[in-house]
Structure formats: C-alpha cells, structure tokens
Write a protein of this length. Structure first.
Length: 126
C-alpha cells in the first residue's frame, strides 16, 4: 500500500478494531447506528477532501463503537491472568518433568508430566 504515514497509520488502525457486526441483524441496532452516524457526520463540515475523509472515517468508527461495541480478542478476551510465584514454580516443574519424560520415555514420567500440565492449567485458569 502506497501513501503517507498518516494513511498507513489510519489503515492499520482500521485493521486492529473489530466491531460486533452480528448485532446489525437487530433492526433497532441498525437504526441506532444510522442515527449516530448521521449525527456525528453532520457535526463538522470540513474544507479539504483529506480532512473530510478523516472526519467521516472517525465518525464511522465512533458510531460503530457506540452502537455495536467492540469485539473481544478471541477466547481470552476479558480474562485476567495472575502470574504468581506458585504458577511460575508449577511451569518450571512441568518443563522439567517434560524433559525427563522425553529422555527416559517411562510411562510413569509421562504421567507425572500430564499431572504437572493439568496443575498449570488449573492455576492459570482460576
């Protein structure tokens, strides 16, 4: 993509934000979005084509954010992980037991690794 730094920055900004587009299936949300967009676009009349384009782009983002909301970042959206010393120790133990199981190839070592892996998952997900 060719263009100025500002154009590239705006393009990257557009790619980072994802809105809850499924909510446009609801007629009331669709109407609300249209109202917010027309209200925001009508607030400021710009003189040049570039500033008008930026204004319309910003207005569409603001209206979408207000009416649709932003989409989460996948399964982990909203989760907050607390990485404590206990979690750190459990991860170290899991890595160590994995290496031991790889070297020895004993069934008991693989069971120890699986138990350590479950323990880490339990600590991270709670």
């Amino acid at each position: 993509m060719e263009g100025t730094k500002d154009e590239k920055k705006n393009h990257q900004k557009c790619n980072m934000i994802k809105y809850n587009l499924y909510s446009l299936n609801d007629e009331s949300t669709k109407i609300f979005y249209q109202q917010r967009l027309s209200q925001k676009v009508g607030e400021n009349a710009s003189e040049s084509a570039e500033t008008l384009h930026e204004h319309i782009c910003d207005c569409s983002h603001l209206a979408a954010r207000e009416a649709l909301g932003e989409q989460g970042k996948g399964k982990e959206a909203g989760r907050k992980y607390i990485w404590s010393e206990e979690t750190e120790d459990a991860v170290r133990k899991k890595k160590s037991s994995y290496l031991t199981a790889l070297i020895t190839k004993k069934p008991q070592d693989w069971e120890n690794y699986k138990n350590d892996r479950r323990n880490v998952k339990r600590l991270v997900n709670t």
